[in-house]
Design a binder for this molecule. Structure first.
Ligand SMILES: *[C@@H]1O[C@H](CO)[C@@H](O)[C@H](O)[C@H]1NC(C)=O
Ligand SMILES: *[C@@H]1O[C@H](CO)[C@@H](O)[C@H](O)[C@H]1NC(C)=O
Ligand SMILES: *[C@@H]1O[C@H](CO)[C@@H](O)[C@H](O)[C@H]1NC(C)=O
Ligand SMILES: *[C@@H]1O[C@H](CO)[C@@H](O)[C@H](O)[C@H]1NC(C)=O
Ligand SMILES: *[C@@H]1O[C@H](CO)[C@@H](O)[C@H](O)[C@H]1NC(C)=O
Length: 431
């Protein structure tokens, strides 16, 4: 809404109302025009934004322009709007009366605008959205980051006038805006929403039920709930499993408690599940349907001590286990992941003793991409190797003798397969 308001200001300037000034710079190749409303040295150079496709308006208190809210859309303005190629407007660092936003919205149906973004904006007061009743805007992507407004709780009627537009919206992002929950009636309006990012807000387990009530967001494919205040993996599954088209769920950076097993089943559509940095000590169940169709599992930065049993996710294609407390990657277990194409397992506490030697090189030889090898793989034990690269420690361990005579040879072979030692060294070793 603030975006709309800033745009109203632009329009007003276009109409030669000299009260508002802006200093703009236009990046010709990118067709990006960036204006500061605070810097009033160069009056009126907003006109250089005429051919921009992205228009960014930053900085200012627009309270004094609330009176412009009564401006009406006349034919000459419509003519100008139809000529513009602006597809995205960013409103940033603004204090803006909601009535001004509502006023600017009236101009948007005549534009080619597909994206609206409000970044660090404070919306003041409440507007009536009645004039927007049954109006359809071309905007399909709406983003709010760090915004504050009056509570949405009792605004169902106000916002219902926007429903013709909102029910055609594809992407909605509301991040770092202290959102405690999404009213059920609002969620139901977003009938064709595919992407919802509500990361870094204040959603709790109790707010999941109303926010994702039956009938809300029926076509949602991507849902990002990163860094909220969710704690129950089970309750999250129970509320979200009705989203039949959900393919990507990000629960990272919530302090999750996982019950060892439960009867809740994730929808078969779920292919990407991000559980990074959720404090997990073991992998929660259920994972998406016997995990046969789970492509990507992100378990980075948790407190896992061992590789979770692959029976739970046999078809995984990408596995992130970096930043845990894992001391060894058991070869057999990882072999069971036949579809594994990439593995991140750096930043763990590897045991690099002869017997405890990790099997990562063997895995690397089997084909999957290990993008963080070798630089992120360091030894935590035994003391003689602490801090050393796993790759170097394995090479050094060739000197040690162990119970199994073949152990050093296999370590050598494994290392070689991982490309850390060359064939000549194997020949030398074998004499
Ligand atoms: C918008 O784009 C069209 C086609 O590229 C161009 O002819 C026209 O001049 C542009 N309009 C403005 C206001 O830059
Ligand atoms: C956010 O906007 C306010 C003006 O509304 C400004 O004073 C503040 O510096 C902005 N914050 C950031 C991080 O840009
Ligand atoms: C997180 O939720 C718990 C209750 O589930 C509450 O006690 C706590 O204050 C919340 N924390 C924040 C930062 O909102
Ligand atoms: C998973 O979450 C972590 C932490 O929020 C983030 O850094 C990472 O990019 C996410 N991965 C994907 C594929 O979204
Ligand atoms: C490392 O592995 C060896 C051999 O299995 C074992 O004796 C030792 O206790 C392990 N060290 C740690 C810190 O786990």
């Amino acid at each position: 809404m603030q975006l709309s308001q800033a745009f109203a200001v632009v329009l007003l300037m276009g109409l030669q109302l000299s009260e508002v000034a802006a200093s703009c710079s236009f990046n010709q190749p990118q067709r990006h025009c960036s204006c500061s409303l605070l810097d009033q040295d160069k009056l009126g150079n907003l006109f250089q934004c005429f051919s921009a496709s992205v228009l960014e308006l930053r900085g200012g208190n627009l309270e004094q322009f609330a009176g412009f809210a009564s401006i009406s859309v006349d034919e000459s303005v419509i003519g100008i709007l139809k000529m513009l190629n602006v597809t995205k407007i960013v409103f940033g660092d603004l204090l803006v009366p909601e009535v001004l936003v509502a006023a600017v919205m009236k101009f948007m149906p005549y534009m080619r605008l597909t994206e609206l973004q409000f970044d660090n904006c404070t919306f003041l007061g409440k507007a009536s959205w009645l004039p927007m009743d049954r109006v359809i805007l071309p905007v399909s992507s709406l983003r709010f980051h760090k915004v504050t407004s009056s509570s949405l709780a009792d605004r169902g009627q106000d916002f219902s006038y926007l429903s013709s537009w909102l029910e055609s919206l594809r992407d909605l992002t509301v991040t770092q805006s202290q959102v405690p929950y999404i009213p059920c009636s609002m969620g139901k309006v977003f009938r064709t929403l595919r992407y919802l990012d509500v990361s870094e807000n204040r959603l709790q387990d109790q707010s999941m039920g109303p926010s994702f009530c039956p009938g809300a967001f029926p076509q949602l494919q991507v849902l990002k709930l990163r860094h909220n205040n969710l704690s129950s993996f089970l309750a999250t599954c129970e509320t979200l499993h009705q989203l039949e088209e959900l393919g990507h769920l990000d629960l990272s950076q919530n302090g999750l408690l996982a019950v060892p097993s439960s009867s809740c089943e994730w929808q078969p559509s779920l292919r990407i599940l991000n559980l990074s940095a959720t404090g997990l000590e073991h992998v929660p169940r259920p994972l998406p349907p016997s995990l046969e169709v789970l492509d990507k599992l992100f378990l980075s930065n948790n407190r896992l001590r061992a590789v979770p049993s692959p029976q739970n996710y046999p078809a995984v294609e990408a596995l992130s286990l970096d930043g845990n407390l894992i001391s060894c990657l058991p070869r057999g277990e990882l072999r069971a992941l036949r579809h594994l194409q990439s593995l991140w397992a750096g930043g763990n506490l590897y045991n690099c003793s002869c017997a405890g030697a990790c099997e990562l090189p063997a895995l690397a030889s089997r084909g999957p991409l290990v993008p963080d090898w070798p630089q992120d793989y360091r030894c935590a034990a035994p003391p003689r190797h602490r801090g050393a690269l796993l790759k170097d420690a394995l090479a050094a361990e060739l000197q040690c003798s162990t119970a199994g005579a073949m152990a050093p040879v296999s370590v050598l072979l494994l290392s070689c397969l991982a490309g850390t030692l060359c064939l000549a060294q194997i020949r030398a070793w074998l004499g």
